[in-house]
Design a protein around this ligand. Structure first.
Ligand code: SF4
Length: 362
C-alpha cells in the first residue's frame, strides 16, 4: 500500500522543485492532456511556483470541452423529443450550443432532464418511468467508457427496453497523434500523459509518441509530487536528447492497463472516427456501439443524425484545446465570459482550462 498523503508532503515537494530547477538547462514547454491534471496544477499552487522557464499548456483532455458542437446540438434534439428523459452529468447542463441554447435552458423550457451522479442511476430511472425512453448522454475518454459499457450490459441483463445512450466517447492516443501531426501545432518539448486513462489502457498504446514523433512523454499521477517528478523526467530527457515513454504513475498504472475494463469496453463498443471541438473528425478517435448493442443507440432509436454546425461565435475553446492559445489571451476571458456567464465549454467544465485560469486568477 502507498501513502497518498506522502505525495502532498511540502518537504518532498520542495526537494523535487529544487531538483527540477537544477536540472532545467533550457526552456521547457509541456502539455497535459487530462482535465484532472489541469485542475491539480492550479489547485496545488504549482502553476505559480514552477520555474519561469517552464510553460504549461492544456490540451484536449477535458471530456466536456472536447465535445463537438454537433454533439451538443444533438443533445438538445434528443431533449426536445416527446416521451424522452435525458439523463446526464451536471457538467453538460450549461454547455452552450452555437444557437445560444443549453440543456439548462431546454430544461427551463420544459424538457425532461435528470442530472445524475452515475450512469447506473439512469437504469433506476428507466425502471421507474417505463413510459419514457431514458437517454444517457455519454461523454468521456477511456476512463469512463468501461463504466458506460457495464451500464449497457446491465440494461441488457435487466431487459430494459426504454434505456439508450448517446455515445460521444473518445480515445486519447488518436487525438494526440492528430495534435502532433498538425503543422501549426505549438512547439512542445514533452507531454504529460493522463494517469486515469492510462490505468485502463496501460503504457503500450502511447509507444507511437516515441517511434513516430520522438516526443518525450510521461504518464503522470495527479498529486504535486507526481507532477514535479514527471517534470524532472521531462527535463532529464531534454538534457540527454533521448525521448522516452516513462510511467511515473506506477502505483496505479500497470504496463498492460486494466484488461478486464478494456474487455468490457471492447465487448460493447467499437472504434470509429471521433468528432472533437476545434479539430473536427479524427480517424479512429471515437467509440460507437457494436451492432449487437445497436438497440441501445439513442440516435438510431430516435431516428436522429448529427448535423453540421458552425463553431460557437467568438469562443476560442478550439484553439485552447490545441494549445495554440492560453485562456487569459482570449478576448472574452473574464469580461464577457465568466463561470457565471460562460460563452464556451472550457469555462463551464470543472476540468476546463478557462475555468481554472479564472478560478485561480491567473
Ligand atoms: Fe471560450 Fe470563454 Fe474560454 Fe474564451 S474564455 S475560449 S470564450 S470559454
Amino acid at each position: 500500500m502507498f501513502n497518498q498523503e506522502a505525495f502532498h508532503n511540502p518537504e518532498l515537494c520542495a526537494k523535487l522543485l529544487d531538483k527540477l530547477e537544477a536540472n532545467l538547462k533550457q526552456p521547457l514547454t509541456f502539455m497535459e492532456v487530462c482535465g484532472t491534471h489541469t485542475m491539480s496544477i492550479f489547485q496545488s499552487g504549482l502553476k505559480g511556483i514552477l520555474p519561469k522557464d517552464i510553460t504549461h499548456l492544456s490540451g484536449p483532455g477535458c471530456p466536456v470541452c472536447v465535445t463537438h458542437d454537433s454533439e451538443v446540438m444533438a443533445f438538445l434534439d434528443i431533449a426536445s423529443q416527446d416521451k424522452v428523459i435525458v439523463a446526464t452529468f451536471g457538467d453538460l447542463m450549461r454547455v452552450p450550443s452555437p444557437d445560444g441554447r443549453s440543456l439548462k435552458t431546454a430544461q427551463a423550457n420544459g424538457a425532461k432532464i435528470s442530472v445524475l451522479y452515475s450512469p447506473f442511476d439512469a437504469l433506476e430511472l428507466a425502471q421507474k418511468k417505463p413510459d419514457h425512453l431514458i437517454v444517457f448522454l455519454s461523454v468521456g475518454f477511456e476512463t469512463t467508457t468501461p463504466l458506460i459499457a457495464a451500464t449497457i450490459q446491465s440494461a441488457e441483463a435487466l431487459k430494459l427496453n426504454n434505456f439508450a445512450v448517446f455515445c460521444a466517447n473518445k480515445l486519447v492516443p488518436p487525438v494526440l497523434s492528430a495534435l502532433l501531426s498538425d503543422k501549426e501545432a505549438p512547439k512542445l518539448d514533452a507531454l504529460l500523459l493522463p494517469g486515469h486513462v492510462s490505468t485502463v489502457i496501460g503504457v503500450k498504446p502511447y509507444e507511437f509518441l516515441i517511434t513516430d514523433f520522438k516526443m518525450p512523454s510521461v504518464i503522470g499521477g495527479f498529486e504535486p509530487a507526481d507532477i514535479l517528478e514527471s517534470l524532472i523526467y521531462m527535463s532529464e530527457m531534454q538534457n540527454t536528447g533521448k525521448p522516452k515513454l516513462i510511467n511515473q504513475y506506477t502505483r496505479l498504472v500497470a504496463e498492460n492497463g486494466n484488461p478486464k475494463a478494456c474487455a468490457v469496453m471492447n465487448e460493447v463498443f467499437e472504434v470509429c472516427d471521433g468528432l472533437f471541438r476545434g479539430i473536427g473528425s479524427i480517424p479512429e478517435a471515437g467509440m460507437r456501439l457494436r451492432e449487437k448493442y445497436a438497440r441501445f443507440d439513442a440516435l438510431k432509436r430516435l431516428g436522429l443524425t448529427l448535423k453540421p454546425t458552425k463553431p460557437l461565435a467568438g469562443c476560442s475553446c478550439g484553439e485552447i484545446l490545441k494549445g495554440k492559445m492560453q485562456p487569459n489571451k482570449c478576448p472574452l476571458f473574464g469580461k464577457i465570459c465568466t463561470p457565471a456567464n460562460p460563452v464556451g465549454p472550457c469555462m463551464v467544465s470543472s476540468e476546463g482550462s478557462c475555468a481554472a485560469y479564472y478560478k485561480y486568477n491567473v
